[in-house]
Design a protein around this ligand. Structure first.
Ligand code: FBP
Length: 322
């Protein structure tokens, strides 16, 4: 099996970007070890602090965030970072060529129940002539990502990544401590009979989404004429990984649960990187109004509606909004 660097060179990835990716992955190996320690590591449970989004921070959220922040900012490749756990962007190397957005631990509600969690990252080029402390550097659409990926801390630790030449799967080989390529150019089946949504929010969804999901649940007794199965891991990394492995549709739609916050998932370090991976694997990633990666960001912690996965099923879902 091919090691990471030769696999990336095969995709003509620039050497400095390979070095940055390896820096990110060094932090994920440490996190993978800490996560695998569970109760033994003393890092389960919550802190008394909240992040800027009003979420109570888990101890592992904070440890993972500090690990990432330190290793990226001291790497020399990174002009600035933005993180789910940081109020605003944090300046790094003034002449750094890249900026990195990341969710240090996605699926935080799964940490204390030993369920699937992961790290999500998105890399853009650093705009010329801007100060490293200027958060406006991050106002770049998903189309401009040069790399995106996640590391899933599950039974095995898996890296799923794209640099624009397809979406590839890697597994962390604990014998030599490196990620090995296990599947190139993953392709998502265009059709599916599996959907992922938090059903408990149903009464708060917009009418088109209610109608779409009702027809899935009606199965072969309804207009879709076939049965659909539901899955919800409550960690985007886990639900998207299943979609990449066997197809499906994943959605976190707009809802009226909190009038001031109709969307849940964050554009910069959840929706954009997952969209790049999904599209590079032949899937579709949209809001009910358009392609996620075409969105021009307005803020680092901006939230968006998410509908992504098997191409024909996402198109079918969108047809309910017409
Ligand atoms: P964080 O855990 O990083 O805050 O991410 C949000 C998230 O956990 C997603 O991973 C997941 O898809 C969603 O929220 C689960 O939402 P809910 O709590 O409604 O099931």
């Amino acid at each position: 099996m091919q090691r990471l660097s030769p696999a990336l060179r095969q995709d003509n990835v620039p050497l400095d970007l390979i070095a940055l990716i390896k820096t990110i992955l060094a932090a994920t190996k440490e996190i993978s070890f800490r996560v695998s320690q569970g109760h033994l590591g003393g890092l389960l449970g919550s802190t008394l602090d909240e992040n800027i989004q009003g979420e109570v921070q888990k101890k592992l959220d904070v440890v993972a965030n500090e690990l990432f922040k330190d290793i990226l900012l001291e790497s020399g490749f990174v002009k600035a970072i933005s993180s789910e756990e940081e109020d605003t962007s944090v300046a790094g190397e003034e002449y750094g060529k890249y900026i990195v957005s990341f969710d240090p631990l996605d699926g935080s509600s799964n940490i204390d129940i030993n369920s699937l969690i992961g790290t999500i990252f998105s890399i853009h080029k650093a705009p010329e002539g801007m100060d490293a402390s200027d958060p406006d550097m991050f106002k770049q659409s998903g189309n401009k990502q040069v790399c995106a990926g996640y590391v899933l801390y599950g039974p095995s630790t898996m890296l799923v990544m794209t640099t624009g030449s397809g979406t590839h799967f890697y597994v962390l080989d604990r014998t030599h401590g490196g990620y090995l390529l296990v599947q190139r150019n993953v392709q998502i089946p265009a059709d599916t009979q599996e959907f992922a949504i938090n059903m408990s929010n149903q009464r708060f969804w917009q009418r088109p989404m209610q109608n779409y999901i009702n027809d899935l649940i009606a199965g072969d007794t309804g207009p879709r004429g076939k049965n659909f199965n539901m899955r919800w891991i409550a960690a985007m990394v886990g639900d998207i990984h299943r979609v990449l492995c066997r197809g499906g549709i994943f959605t976190y739609p707009a809802d009226s649960k909190k009038a001031e916050q109709p969307y849940k998932l964050r554009l910069m370090y959840e929706a954009n990187p997952m969209s790049f991976l999904i599209e590079q694997a032949g899937g579709t990633a949209v809001t009910s109004e358009g392609r996620i990666m075409d969105i021009e960001p307005t803020s680092i912690h901006q939230r968006v509606e998410v509908i992504m996965g098997s191409k024909n099923e996402v198109e079918k879902c969108l047809s309910y909004y017409k």
